[in-house]
Design a protein around this ligand. Structure first.
Ligand code: ZN
Length: 462
């Protein structure tokens, strides 16, 4: 019996190992709940914690946005693999700049950016939307090795003359920095063609025939057409110069200093911009959050494509007894997330914990090291269910999985996909039918747990 189980597990893992993390996987990590939380915190709709204090970011106008800048610094400093600086450029003005160095071409730079200052209170669309997008993209990409350098930039004093971005662009021009593309997001959350209805999901790309900006626009269209987004593009040429991308078009002293840059945002071209522009009525409640989600997914897709994703899979697959890195042929170091310390001697692809805890793994190949998510491992010391006590059927299944118990017992049910992401959660004390009709086809793991027993069942959804 034991031998059989081991064989099944080996087959299971060799199936899982054939998956690798690709651009679509990265796009799928854009999380609307996180975006919405950032948006609410940054535009003063709810409290947040900055430097250990519970605060409300009431205003982000130029003379009073110190707290907003501190919030951005703290959010970015919490991420791995990036260097964060505060870049003052006059008495009140400071950009927040985070740099993730490329593993292969550190001098080839792509910038994703937004301004964080405002003209009034709240200003959710203009431009907490773009700011939240930059933070979300940084959160996701900073877990990945990229061949090229990506800079996450948040500009100050855009509203009073593009001052922060001009300072940065002129400095970059005089340094001869090899900036290959600047993607600016300014107002990316409003889509209101019919009041109370979902809009048409149109968005503008503003570009001009300056440096490689036309090619950059085409690269964004290529991402738009390669992956699936609920968006419809409106190309605008000559694009507006009324936001920070223009600082890169007009950097330094004329054409030889110009950089490739575009603006991505809601559609001014079709007169579908927020009616609350530059007022304190520009609130999160007026935004179309699913539209914002699509916009951030598109920009993430562009940035990870141009950043050039290194093919290393940092995901972990979990069973009741073991954690296993999805990446084969690498170097491994398992970590205890609670102490942030490496676990001595645990350097294999799989790790069998001797205690319940929260664990992650560093996976290294060449110059690239990526850490996995921290995973809760809490199934140790529990008996397994006998087949008389619990049965799970049918396998494979189309719409429903039946979990049948021989007696009433309080259980938690968690269904995971092969990447270890929980896709469904339930509690029951009786036989239950789980509806899996909305899930994509593939392999899943159902963990059934009481306070004394635990079992994980492989589910095949057809
Ligand atoms: Zn703006």
């Amino acid at each position: 019996m034991k031998t059989l189980k081991t064989t099944v597990l080996c087959i299971l893992f060799s199936t899982i190992l054939s998956y690798s993390q690709n651009i679509q996987d990265i796009i799928d990590q854009v999380d609307l709940d996180r975006l919405t939380l950032t948006l609410n915190e940054f535009s003063g709709e709810q409290t947040t914690v900055v430097n250990g204090n519970t605060v409300t970011i009431l205003n982000r106008e130029q003379a009073t946005n110190e707290l907003a800048g501190d919030y951005l610094l703290e959010q970015l400093e919490a991420l791995d693999n990036i260097t964060v600086i505060s870049q003052p450029f006059n008495t009140n003005g400071r950009n927040i700049i985070a740099t993730q160095l490329g593993k292969t071409n550190p001098n080839d730079i792509y910038i994703v950016c937004a301004h964080y200052d405002t003209v009034a209170d709240y200003c959710a669309d203009d431009n907490a939307s773009g700011t939240a997008a930059v933070l979300e993209i940084a959160r996701i990409l900073s877990t990945q090795c990229l061949d090229n350098t990506v800079i996450y930039a948040l500009w100050d004093e855009e509203e009073i003359g593009l001052r922060g971005s001009s300072f940065f662009a002129d400095l970059a021009a005089s340094n001869g920095d090899n900036i290959l593309g600047v993607l600016n997001m300014d107002m990316i959350g409003y889509d209101g063609d019919a009041v109370g209805q979902p809009g048409d999901n149109q968005f503008d790309i503003d570009y001009r025939n300056i440096a490689g900006s036309v090619a950059m626009k085409n690269d964004i269209l290529s991402v738009l057409n390669t992956y699936t987004f609920d968006l419809s593009v409106v190309e605008v040429n000559p694009g507006t110069s009324a936001s920070d991308h223009a600082s890169f078009w007009f950097a330094g002293n004329g054409t030889t200093d110009a950089f490739s840059a575009v603006l991505v945002g809601e559609s001014w071209e079709t007169d579908d911009q927020t009616p609350f522009y530059h007022t304190s009525a520009d609130r999160v409640s007026t935004l179309d959050l699913p539209y914002l989600h699509e916009m951030v997914k598109l920009v993430t897709g562009y940035m990870v494509t141009k950043g050039s994703l290194v093919a290393l899979d940092n995901r972990v697959t979990q069973t009741t007894t073991m954690l296993s890195s999805n990446q084969s042929s690498a170097t491994y170091q398992w970590f205890n997330c609670e102490t942030d310390m490496p676990i001595s001697g645990e350097t294999n692809q799989s790790f069998t914990p001797s205690a319940n805890g929260i664990y992650a793994v560093d996976v290294t190949s060449g110059s690239c090291t990526e850490r996995s998510e921290c995973l809760v491992f809490d199934t140790l010391g529990l008996d397994t269910f006998s087949s008389e006590e619990l049965s799970v059927y049918p396998i494979p299944a189309n719409n429903f999985i039946t979990v049948e118990f021989s007696s009433e017992i309080s259980t938690s049910l968690k269904l995971y996909d092969v990447s270890g992401k929980m896709v469904q959660e339930n509690t029951t004390s009786d036989t239950i039918k789980l509806n899996i009709s909305d899930l994509p086809q593939g392999i899943y793991f159902l963990n059934v747990k009481t306070d004394k027993k635990s079992g994980t069942y492989k589910i095949v959804k057809e």
